[in-house]
Design a protein around this ligand. Structure first.
Ligand SMILES: *Cc1c(COP(=O)(O)O)cnc(C)c1O
Length: 361
């Protein structure tokens, strides 16, 4: 068996220990004589799996009691619509901070339902920075403020949580959730697609402050109404049972690693190693100022795009795969989520140094 170091932005690597555990439990979960995939979502076995997963996530993230945790489908992209449906609450306008590809998609979707005030926009520098707090042009009457703490494609990450006063703050944390401790109480809504740092695709997690529930207009489709999801324990219809179970195994694994404090220390170290090779060479480049660099997605370019194919082929020979950058940025991108072992980053660093050296021979 060979497990490669897979730097995919998502679906991404899962911890090997988690996949092995799922393998052991595949045919017969806990003496039930059933695979998790075959269980009724309303049966006592599955209910125990679902509630343990929620409790473990609550423990890991220290989610306050006045927040609901929802396990939904439709990915992060459906949240681009669910947020305005549920949070406008009669208001006309919402604030959006535009820092890259994913912010732009959230904005395009919100424009179908409300006026979007762009509170800040970093497109003029190619989405390589994060606006500071004083640069945010916030509307005090906005229904909410939406931002993307980590832009998965640009590799740009906020180094602060925007202060929005009484206006609820909404964060698309798809590519940074669980990467380090965060103060959930600063947010109205946190949402994330699962396939980066949570589990397999097919699941989205929403963490919502309870006072924000129950404000969707009557015409809102039931499946898009947070209140209906919350009052039905995320089982208004059949949930993504297997993905939810797998997410639960990942939450347990994070606990075993020492929780988010420990994850954050490992992630910071992994990211610093990679940025150090880039910064210590005149060969590799990353355009993002140090304090706005993502710990999870590290884009970098070679001096000449003609070298990209060679770089990728040589990396694949060493078991380092899916390093090709997003077409909008070019070059390479190494996504180093929680499940990427530090040895994977070490192997990439060694390969980058070797590749650079071979060019000057
Ligand atoms: C991957 C990603 C998305 C899209 O997630 P889907 O689950 O595919 O809809 C949205 N936002 C961010 C920040 C992402 O990284």
């Amino acid at each position: 068996m060979t497990r490669l170091f897979n730097f995919s932005a998502g679906p991404a690597m899962l911890p090997t220990a988690v996949i092995k555990r799922a393998q052991q439990e595949m045919l017969d979960w806990n003496g039930s004589g059933m695979s998790v995939m075959e269980m009724s979502h309303r049966g006592k076995e599955y209910m125990s799996i679902a509630s343990k997963a929620e409790q473990d996530l609550r423990d890991v993230m220290t989610i306050p009691d006045n927040y609901k945790v929802l396990f939904l489908q439709g990915g992060a992209s459906l949240q681009f619509a669910m947020v305005p449906f549920n949070l406008l609450a009669g208001k006309q306008s919402a604030d959006y901070i535009n820092t890259g590809v994913w912010s732009k998609k959230a904005i395009a979707e919100a424009k179908r339902y409300c006026d979007v005030n762009i509170a800040a926009d970093t497109s003029s520098n190619g989405f390589t920075t994060v606006p500071t707090q004083v640069e945010l042009k916030l509307n005090p009457d906005a229904a909410y403020v939406h931002y993307t703490p980590n832009e998965t494609i640009g590799g740009v990450e906020f180094d602060y949580i925007p202060e929005t006063g009484d206006v609820p703050l909404v964060a698309d944390m798809s590519s940074t959730i669980l990467s380090r401790p965060i103060d959930v109480s600063k947010f109205g809504v946190i949402y994330a697609g699962a396939q980066k740092n949570i589990g397999p695709a097919g699941l989205a997690i929403v963490i919502i402050r309870e006072d924000l529930l129950g404000n969707a207009p009557e015409s809102t489709p039931a499946m898009l109404n947070y209140e209906i999801a919350a009052s039905n324990g995320s089982m208004y219809n059949t949930p993504a049972t297997y993905s939810w179970y797998m997410a639960g195994l990942v939450f347990e694994w994070i606990k075993e690693q020492g929780g988010l404090q420990a994850m954050g220390e490992i992630n910071q170290r992994k990211a610093e190693k990679l940025y150090a090779v880039i910064d210590n060479s005149a060969f590799y480049a990353n355009p993002v100022p140090k304090h706005n660099r993502s710990w999870m997605n590290v884009p970098f370019t070679l001096p000449d795009a003609d070298l990209d194919a060679d770089f990728l082929a040589g990396a694949a020979e060493k078991g380092l795969i899916t390093l090709k950058g997003h077409r909008s940025v070019g070059g390479m991108r190494a996504s180093i989520y929680n499940a990427m072992p530090e040895e994977g980053v070490d192997a990439l660093v060694a390969y980058m140094e070797e590749f650079e050296k071979n060019q000057s021979l």
